[in-house]
Design a protein around this ligand. Structure first.
Ligand SMILES: NC(=O)c1ccc[n+]([C@@H]2O[C@H](COP(=O)([O-])OP(=O)(O)OC[C@H]3O[C@@H](n4cnc5c(N)ncnc54)[C@H](OP(=O)(O)O)[C@@H]3O)[C@@H](O)[C@H]2O)c1
Length: 341
């Protein structure tokens, strides 16, 4: 009797938003068909762990691995048997070094988080542009701040008068750009391969070298590019200083792309209206960090992607790639190890 081929599902979590539902596992099993053994790892993997002993044991002899991150120990144990490893995250920087020198294809979940994050970005822009941050402040003080608005002491703007600049016009950035166009904002963006263009209605698309120009022309600058060797620190002091007066900065990618010290300086100089940050260079944001108490910073604990619809989209991506894998076709969302995303 031939041994079944094996897929390891290492997607346990104490948190319902990130715990793979039983229905998703059944769908994956059905997509694989007969001849496959699905091994579910019941112990959650911590993001900085080299892999749980259960996952490491399960992956020996396995062909496919599905995980939250792809830990070093898992790749080491599956070096000879694994053909494909998939992560349900979009950012892959911590996993990349483990894949160098192996023949294992790495796929990620780029684009899967686009819709909820784009919703969050528009909400964050509205929060500052329409002065909702100040309303919370006045309400906490029990103050009927009619005059502050009528006297324009609180700067407010209509969404359709805003220029939206998107750094990283990929899955997330394009969903943000489409919402901007639909709200009649003037939208531009930069991406690594500008020749690929952007969604219909985007005014111009440039490369990384155009980031200072993008900043200069953006009332809202949204950071949505991955962490790579090229993008690290790209939203520098020089870039932030190009922003127009009362601009809004939104970061939903990784904290390492943004000079956080320089952001504080431009906020304190009142050049920037507000910053909505879902990601930080150090997470959790350390106690006592100036962002915590800053009146014009919205601190979000890396939850912009969280909604109950994640597994629906994620399972769709996994099943599509299982179909391709079984057909011997190139997988979608394959990570380019050199480009870093
Ligand atoms: N806050 C959260 O919870 C959360 C959730 C998901 C993802 N993220 C972060 O968001 C990032 C983007 O996710 P995604 O799904 O949109 O990924 P994606 O579809 O791969 O998009 C990445 C975009 O960044 C662009 N880019 C890459 N390197 C660049 C460079 N050097 N200069 C300019 N643009 C560059 C790419 O350009 P090309 O298209 O031209 O190649 C692409 O448009 C992830 O890597 C992750 O770090 C955060």
């Amino acid at each position: 009797m031939t041994r079944p081929r094996r897929i390891v599902v290492d997607l346990a979590s104490p948190h319902p938003a990130w715990r793979v539902p039983a229905t998703a596992v059944s769908t994956i099993q059905a997509a694989l068909g007969p001849g496959w053994e699905v091994v579910e790892v019941a112990v959650p993997t911590a993001s900085d762990s080299p892999g749980t002993p259960e996952a490491v044991a399960a992956v020996c002899g396995a062909e496919i691995y599905l995980g939250h991150v792809v830990p070093a120990g898992v790749i080491e144990a599956g070096r000879d048997s694994l053909r494909w490893a998939h992560t349900v995250t979009a950012g892959v920087a911590p996993s990349l070094p483990h894949f160098r020198g192996t023949h294992i294809v790495l796929t990620n979940s780029a684009g899967v988080h686009a819709e909820p994050i784009a919703d969050w970005v528009i909400a964050a822009i509205g929060y500052f542009a329409r002065g909702l941050d100040r309303l919370r402040e006045f309400q906490a003080a029990g103050r009927w701040a009619w005059a502050e608005f009528a006297d324009f002491a609180v700067p407010v703007r209509e969404l359709s008068e805003l220029r939206l600049g998107v750094f990283g016009l990929g899955g997330i950035g394009s969903a943000i750009a489409r919402r901007g166009v639909a709200l009649r904002m003037s939208v531009a963006g930069v991406r690594r391969r500008p020749a690929r263009g952007g969604p219909t209605g985007v005014r111009w698309v440039g490369g990384l070298a155009d980031l200072p120009r993008l900043a200069a022309e953006s009332d809202c600058l949204v950071i949505a590019a991955p962490h790579t060797a090229e993008t690290r620190g790209a939203v520098s002091r020089a870039v932030l200083e190009r922003l127009p007066h009362d601009a809004i900065v939104v970061n939903v990618s990784r904290g390492t792309l943004l000079d956080e010290t320089a952001l504080l300086a431009v906020l304190d100089a009142s050049r920037v209206r507000g910053a909505a940050l879902d990601v930080f260079a150090a997470e959790p944001l350390p106690a006592g960090h100036p962002f915590w108490r800053h009146p014009r910073v919205l601190v979000s604990p890396h939850v912009a992607a969280v909604t109950a619809r994640f597994w629906e989209r994620e399972t769709g991506l996994i099943v599509e790639n299982i179909r391709r894998y079984l057909a011997g076709s190139p997988l979608t969302n394959t990570v380019d190890l050199e480009a870093g995303y």
